[in-house]
Design a protein around this ligand. Structure first.
Ligand code: IVH
Length: 694
């Protein structure tokens, strides 16, 4: 039989033989990928095999083998799941915690779209399910792949596990498009969770802290038969890659999902404006306890798709959606001790050690006390009974001391030296934070910086998490980030040895070195963020990369900045989103020789990929610097900036010789004059919009 015979043309005998062949090929490919870390097929070829296997099984379900690849993920004993890149990134959401935040959200949508008063913003309110998001891909209307969210860009292949969830259809009707990625949440209902924990306890197995953990533990099982036995459910609420979008609003999308057999949350509502949206929130908050599953808030989405498209994204979150969180759950417990933690920038943070208490389904034994003034204001003492709360993933907090319980004997005295290195801890006038002055000689700061460097949103080195970072630091193997990249060389040379170290078998070591090598090329924004410079979060790191493009260009400009060069500072401040605090922090960082020396060592070990605009299409504005002035009529200033950036332009705030175009609205003033003097070309708003159309 020709192995390319179309599935529809296979006889049952041929199909059985083909399934056996595919099971063998896929098992071999999995073993190469998982056990030898040496894939022998491209992702596309591997996917094609799995798809063909799934298609044959769909046509001849009775021939599906017990060792079918669709019932199994990875090769036993697998080290983990196969990684898959999302065709469209999986985003997260910004949070709102109050009606005011929600009003601000609707206001920002209105301003961005420049909507007239008369135009209402319809919002869809959906319960925010406390589970795990997934992406399920249908090709030719068959479920072919399931992936976890992962870091949003890349997730784990959980196809076989997702296929065991009865709520999700395996096939779609003929009206569905050829490629359809649906996204949603996998969760465990309250009753199923209680029953599972009962069974686990009876069998002497570990129980789960809450339904979310149980769902996560069940979905990430290498043996899908275990997943199949767990009471998992799903709701669908978004889409990824789709070959044909036939809906004009989110509401129509939800209706379409239902028609195609997807589970859509029955409490989803269409709200005409803010007031109705807030009512939907109150209704869900009131009914929360009686719902059969946990929710932690309400997600609102702008209904109109054309508006969603225009609103687009900032960083990792859409401008057209927001999560409105329910108020935090609270509990009472006692303070057993107050410890001081030292962070990567030297900040001393007081932490209350608590008698363990369950808050919102999670056992809490530590809570942050924020800073010196907070402790004094609340007068928290060792021995006090306190109210603690947690909201979502936020670190638990001490809200107040219980007034009706006996008090601890003495007010807490905040230390003036670093508890880790003994250096003086300074608190500059007007600041709330006391900081250790030990810099990198303080082990706490050094190890926290290391942990930040390897963390998921920074360098994302798999297999080198907090624990390993601490272990290597304590051993003296990794004192600073660049040491990570010489670990393998030193191990080979016999300078360090993993022999006899718990948890470091041959496979883990090989995986660690492979994960480190995989990060010898990183996108520039990640590297900048990973350095852990004060005030440089992910968004700012991205802005810096966008401005300077390459690592050498950035470090060169930063050296000038640190040396007090005015032009270097002006270039930075000219950029929207970069202000004095960022400039000062960068100048401080690059003013210290040990930092620049470390960056140089890093540059010898790894290559930072020059900044590449994610979605930028080649356009007449690619690589150009533009400035906006005057009142625009068709676009808000923010939308205009977002569009210019999407076309590959840099947006600056003042006109200089480097400006390529000045885009002028009504009543343009001094900038237009300056542009004329400098001979900078000007564009009207319409002229600018036309550039994006070509
Ligand atoms: S929409 C761009 N809708 O909440 C769309 N998310 O805090 C992004 N979640 O990662 C997600 N219920 O895991 C959306 N009805 C809902 C949701 C929901 C729960 C989760 C989801 C997301 C997280 C963001």
């Amino acid at each position: 039989m020709n192995t390319q015979t179309p599935v529809e043309a296979l006889s049952p005998l041929e199909a059985a033989a083909e399934l056996a062949r595919l099971a063998r090929l896929i098992a071999a490919a999995d073993a190469a990928y998982y056990q030898k870390d040496a894939p022998d097929l491209t992702d596309a070829d591997y996917d094609a095999l799995r798809r063909r296997n799934a298609a044959i099984e769909a046509r001849f379900p009775e021939l599906a083998r017990t060792d079918s690849p669709s019932r199994r993920v990875g090769a036993a004993p697998a080290e983990g799941f196969r990684k898959v890149r999302h065709a469209a990134p999986m985003l997260s959401l910004d949070n709102a915690f109050s009606a005011e935040d929600m009003a601000e959200f609707v206001g920002s949508v209105r301003r961005f779209l420049k909507l007239p008063e008369s135009e209402a913003v319809d919002l869809i309110a959906e319960p925010k399910i406390d589970g795990l998001s997934f992406s399920a891909r249908y090709e030719d209307r068959r479920l072919v792949r399931g992936v976890t969210r992962g870091d949003g860009a890349e997730g784990e292949d959980i196809t076989a596990n997702l296929m065991t969830i009865a709520d999700l259809p395996h096939a779609l009707p003929a009206s569905a498009p050829a490629v359809f990625e649906v996204r949603g949440e996998v969760f465990m209902g309250k009753a199923g969770f209680a029953a599972l924990n009962r069974r686990q306890a009876e069998a002497g197995e570990k129980t789960f802290a809450n339904p979310r953990n149980a769902a996560a533990g069940s979905l990430r099982q290498l043996d899908p038969q275990i997943t199949a036995a767990r009471p998992l459910s799903a709701f669908a609420y978004a889409w990824g890659e789709v070959s044909e979008v036939s809906w004009a609003s989110h509401w129509e999308f939800l209706e379409t999902l239902k028609a195609w057999g997807f589970p859509v949350n029955p409490r989803s509502r269409r709200c005409a404006g803010l007031a109705e949206a807030l009512t939907a929130f109150d209704d869900l908050d009131r009914d929360r306890a009686s719902l059969p599953y946990d929710i932690d808030g309400v997600v609102y989405k702008v209904d109109r798709l054309d508006w969603q498209r225009r609103l687009g994204f900032v960083s990792r979150a859409p401008r057209w959606a927001i999560a409105h969180k329910f108020a935090a759950e609270q509990a009472r417990t006692t303070v057993e001790a107050i410890d001081i933690q030292v962070g990567r920038t030297g900040a001393l943070t007081p932490v209350a050690r608590l008698a363990p208490v369950t808050v919102g389904g999670v056992v809490v034994s530590n809570a942050t006390l924020h800073n010196e003034d907070e402790i004094r204001r609340k007068d928290v003492r060792v021995g006090d009974t306190v109210i603690v709360q947690r909201a979502g993933d936020v670190i638990p907090q001490v809200v107040a001391v219980a007034a009706d319980a006996p008090r601890g004997p003495a007010p807490y005295v905040f230390p003036e030296t670093c508890p880790v290195c003994g250096s003086h801890a300074q608190r500059p006038d007007g600041e709330a934070i006391r900081r250790c002055t030990g810099g990198l000689t303080c082990p706490a700061q050094a190890v926290e910086r290391l942990k930040h460097f390897v963390s998921r949103n920074a360098m994302n080195i798999d297999g080198l998490g907090d624990k390993a970072a601490e272990e290597f630091f304590d051993l003296g193997w990794v004192k600073r980030p660049s040491d990570i990249f010489s670990l393998q060389r030193r191990a080979t040379a016999g300078e360090i040895s993993f022999a006899g170290r718990k948890g470091w078998g041959a496979t883990s070591i090989a995986n660690l070195f492979a994960a480190i090598d995989a990060r010898r090329a990183v996108p520039l924004p990640r590297l900048i963020f990973a350095l852990g410079i004060r005030h440089i979060g992910e968004t700012t790191a991205r802005e810096l990369a966008r401005l300077y493009r390459t690592l050498p260009a950035w470090t060169e400009a930063m050296a000038r900045l640190a040396a007090g060069n005015e032009a270097a500072r002006a270039e930075l401040l000219d950029r929207d989103g970069l202000g004095d605090a960022v400039a000062d922090a960068l100048a401080e960082f690059f003013g210290e020789d040990h930092n620049t020396a470390e960056l140089a060592r890093l540059a010898e070990e790894i290559a930072a990929e020059p900044f590449a605009e994610a979605a930028a299409q080649a356009s007449p504005l690619t690589g150009k610097t533009v400035v906006f002035t005057g009142a625009l009529t068709r676009l808000s200033r923010n939308e205009a900036k977002a569009r210019a950036e999407a076309m590959g332009a840099k947006v600056a705030s003042s006109v200089s010789a480097k400006t390529d175009y000045l885009i002028v609205g009504a009543d343009a003033g001094s900038k237009a004059k300056k542009a004329a003097e400098l001979g900078v070309e000007t564009l009207t708003e319409d002229g600018f919009l036309a550039m994006g159309e070509g």
